[in-house]
Write a new protein. Structure first.
Lengths: 304, 306
C-alpha cells in the first residue's frame, strides 16, 4: 500500500452518502441524549444491587441488638423486638475487647504518624533530590512489592523473636513504620508538584528541610490525607501478622481478638455480632470521612 | 586566562559541594525508609531461602538438609490440594469479578445521579476487615441459625450445609470474596472509563458503530491495561487468601478450603515445620512471580500490536 492509493481513494466517497452517515450518527447520539432525559434506567440495576451489597452489614448491626433466643428462633425475626444491649456488655465486660481496641488504636495511630513522616520524606527525596544511588534504591523499593509477606514472615518472626519484640505492640508497629506503596504514592505526588515554589524558598535561604516542612508539606495535604487513610485501614484490618506475632490476650489487636472471641463464644451470636460491629465501625468511619481521598489514591496508584 | 580557569575551578568546586549536600540530604530523607523496607524484605527473603534448605522448627535453626524439603513437597498431597483450591478460587472469582466490576462501572459512568451513594455502598465491603467479614458470613451462612437457610426454607427449598459442606465451602468463600473485592474493581474500572475521551466515542458513532460495537471495539481495547492490572492484582490477592479462611472454615471441612497461605501458616506456626513451610512459601513466591510477569508481558505484547 502506498500513500498515493489512499489519496486517490478519498474522492470516490459520495459526498451525499458521507453527509447521510453524519446525520445518522447525529440522530443516534441525539436519541441516546433523549433517552438520558428519561428516568435513568441504570438505577433499576444499581439500587437493588447496592442494597444487597450493604445488607450483610445491616444484618450484622440488627443482630447485634437481638437476644440469642431471637437469633436462634426459626425463622429469625428481621428486626430486634427491643434494643437488647447484652451482646455489647458481654463483649465489653466479659472479654479483653477494650484492650484489643486500644491496642489497635495505638498500632494504627503509630503506623499513620510514622508513614506520614517517613514516606513523604522518602518520596520527596526520590522525586526531587538527585543523590547517589537514588534510582537503584527506588527500583529496589518498588521491586519489594513483588515479594509476598508470606515468604518473609517466617524469618521475620525469628528475627523479632531474637530481639525480644514478639508479643509486644512494637512487633506490630515496626513493619508498618513505612511502606513501598506509601513511598510510591508520595513520590508520584511530588513529581507532579510545581517546582517553582520550592525554588523560591531556596532562594530565600531556606534549607532543604525548611522548604520541605514549611512549603511542601502544607501543600501536600491531599496526598498525606490519602496516605493516612490507606495506612489506617490497612493497619486496623491486618490479621495475619498480629496473629503470628502476638500470643497473649492483653496484647491482641481487634482482629485477632475478634477471631479468638468468635472461637470461644460459638453460637453466642448476639455478642459475636456486637464485637464484629465494634471492630468494623472505626474503619468505616475513617472511610466515610476520607472517601474521596481514598478513591483518588487507589485509582491514582493504578494509573501512575 | 587565569581568571576563566579560576571561574571554572570555582564552578566545579560549587558543583561538587551541591552534589555532596544532595547526597547527604537525599540519604537523610530516604535512608530510614530504605533501610526499613529493604531490611524487612530482602534479608528475610534470603533467610527464607536458607531456612527452606533446613529442618528448622521455628525456634532452633535446624540442620542443613539440602533440597529434601523441595523433593518432599513435590509429593505432598495437602500442598497439591491447597494449590488446586487456590486456583479454583481464582477461576471462580476472577472472570465474574472483573466482568461484574466493568458492568457496574459502565452503569455508573452514564452521568448517573447519586453516584457517590452507590460508590460508597460498593466500597464498604472492600474497606471492612476480611476477618470481621469472615465471621459475619460464617453467621449468615450458618446451617442452623443463618439467615440464608431460613430464607431457603421459607421458599420451600432444602437447607444447605454451606461452609460445613466440603462440596460447597470453597464456592461460598468465592462468593464472599467476590463481595469483598467487587467495589475495588468497580472503582478502578470507573476511573479508566472516565478517561476515555468523549470524542473517540463520537467518532466511532459517526463511523456507524452501535452500542455493542463501541463497547467491543473502543471501550474494551482502551481499558485493556486496567483489565490486566486487575487480573494481576486479583491473582496476587487470591494467592494470599488467608483471613476469610481463618475466620470461617480453618481450611476444612476435609481440607476443601485449604489455601496456600493457610497451609504455610499451619506448617510454620502450628506444626513448627518452619523449614518445610519456607520451601512451600518459595513455591508460592515463584508461582505468583511467574504469573505476574507473564500477565505483564502479555499486556505489553497486546499494546504494541493493536
Amino acid at each position: 500500500m502506498t500513500g498515493g492509493q489512499t489519496l486517490q481513494a478519498a474522492p470516490e466517497v459520495d459526498p451525499a452518502l458521507h453527509r447521510a452517515r453524519i446525520e445518522e450518527a447525529e440522530r443516534r447520539m441525539h436519541r441516546s441524549g433523549w433517552r438520558r432525559r428519561l428516568p435513568q434506567r441504570g438505577h433499576l440495576v444499581l439500587l437493588p444491587l447496592s442494597i444487597i451489597v450493604v445488607l450483610p452489614f445491616v444484618w450484622m448491626i440488627l443482630t447485634s441488638f437481638m437476644t440469642d433466643t431471637e437469633i436462634n428462633s426459626i425463622p429469625p425475626p428481621l428486626w430486634p423486638h427491643h434494643l437488647y444491649t447484652g451482646g455489647y456488655s458481654t463483649v465489653l465486660a466479659n472479654s479483653d475487647f477494650p484492650y484489643w481496641f486500644l491496642n489497635s488504636l495505638i498500632v494504627s495511630g503509630a503506623a499513620v504518624i510514622a508513614q506520614l513522616v517517613l514516606c513523604s520524606l522518602a518520596g520527596y527525596a526520590f522525586a526531587r533530590i538527585q543523590f547517589r544511588g537514588s534510582t537503584v534504591m527506588l527500583i529496589l523499593l518498588l521491586a519489594t512489592a513483588l515479594i509476598p509477606f508470606q515468604l518473609t514472615v517466617i524469618p521475620t518472626f525469628v528475627i523479632f523473636h531474637d530481639i525480644g519484640l514478639i508479643n509486644t505492640l512494637g512487633a506490630l508497629i515496626v513493619p508498618q513504620l513505612t511502606s513501598a506503596l506509601g513511598i510510591y504514592l508520595m513520590y508520584s505526588f511530588f513529581q507532579s508538584f510545581p517546582r517553582e515554589l520550592e525554588e523560591a524558598g531556596r532562594i530565600d535561604g531556606c534549607s532543604r528541610l525548611q522548604v520541605f516542612w514549611k512549603i511542601v508539606l502544607p501543600l501536600a495535604r491531599p496526598a498525606l490525607a490519602a496516605l493516612g487513610i490507606i495506612t489506617f485501614i490497612y493497619a486496623w484490618n491486618d490479621l495475619f501478622w498480629p496473629l503470628i506475632a502476638i500470643t497473649s490476650s492483653h496484647t491482641f489487636t481487634v482482629q485477632v481478638g475478634l477471631a479468638t472471641f468468635h472461637g470461644e463464644f460459638i453460637t453466642h451470636w448476639s455478642a459475636i455480632m456486637a464485637g464484629t460491629t465494634l471492630t468494623t465501625v472505626p474503619v468505616l468511619l475513617v472511610f466515610l470521612v476520607g472517601q474521596r481521598r481514598f478513591v483518588q489514591a487507589i485509582t491514582g496508584a493504578v494509573k501512575g | 586566562m587565569a581568571t576563566t580557569l579560576d571561574e571554572a575551578t570555582i564552578a566545579r568546586e560549587a558543583n561538587r559541594r551541591i552534589r555532596r549536600s544532595n547526597n547527604i540530604t537525599g540519604w537523610a530523607f530516604a535512608g530510614p525508609s530504605v533501610i526499613i523496607v529493604l531490611g524487612l524484605s530482602f534479608i528475610p527473603m534470603i533467610w527464607a531461602a536458607y531456612l527452606s534448605l533446613t529442618d528448622s522448627n521455628l525456634v532452633s535453626p535446624g540442620h542443613f538438609i539440602g533440597f529434601a524439603n523441595y523433593t518432599a513437597l513435590a509429593k505432598d498431597p495437602l500442598l497439591r490440594q491447597a494449590f488446586t483450591n487456590t486456583l479454583l478460587l481464582a477461576v471462580m472469582y476472577l472472570p465474574i469479578g472483573l466482568a461484574a466490576g466493568l458492568g457496574v462501572a459502565i452503569l455508573l459512568n452514564q452521568k448517573i445521579r447519586i453516584i457517590g451513594f452507590y460508590r460508597t455502598c460498593f466500597l464498604v465491603p472492600f474497606v471492612a476487615s476480611a476477618a470481621a467479614e469472615g465471621i459475619l458470613f460464617g453467621f449468615i451462612f450458618d446451617p442452623d441459625f443463618g439467615i440464608v437457610n431460613a430464607g431457603l426454607q421459607a421458599v420451600g427449598l432444602p437447607r444447605q450445609g454451606f461452609l460445613q459442606d466440603p462440596s460447597q465451602a470453597l464456592a461460598v468463600l468465592a462468593i464472599v470474596y467476590f463481595w469483598t473485592q467487587f467495589g475495588f474493581n468497580i472503582v478502578i474500572y470507573l476511573a479508566a472509563l472516565q478517561d476515555i475521551p468523549q470524542e473517540v466515542m463520537e467518532a466511532a458513532s459517526i463511523d456507524g458503530a452501535g452500542r455493542w460495537a463501541r463497547f467491543w471495539h473502543v471501550t474494551v481495547p482502551t481499558i485493556r491495561p486496567v483489565t490486566i492490572f486487575l487480573l494481576v492484582w486479583g491473582l496476587i490477592d487470591v494467592f494470599q487468601f488467608f483471613d476469610l479462611v481463618y475466620t470461617t472454615t480453618s481450611g476444612g471441612p476435609l481440607n476443601s478450603t485449604l489455601t496456600l497461605v493457610y497451609y504455610i501458616w499451619e506448617l510454620a506456626f502450628n506444626f513448627f515445620t518452619a523449614g518445610y513451610g519456607a520451601a512451600v512459601a518459595y513455591v508460592l513466591f515463584f508461582t505468583s512471580l511467574i504469573v505476574t510477569v507473564a500477565a505483564l508481558a502479555y499486556g505489553r505484547r497486546r499494546r504494541v500490536t493493536p
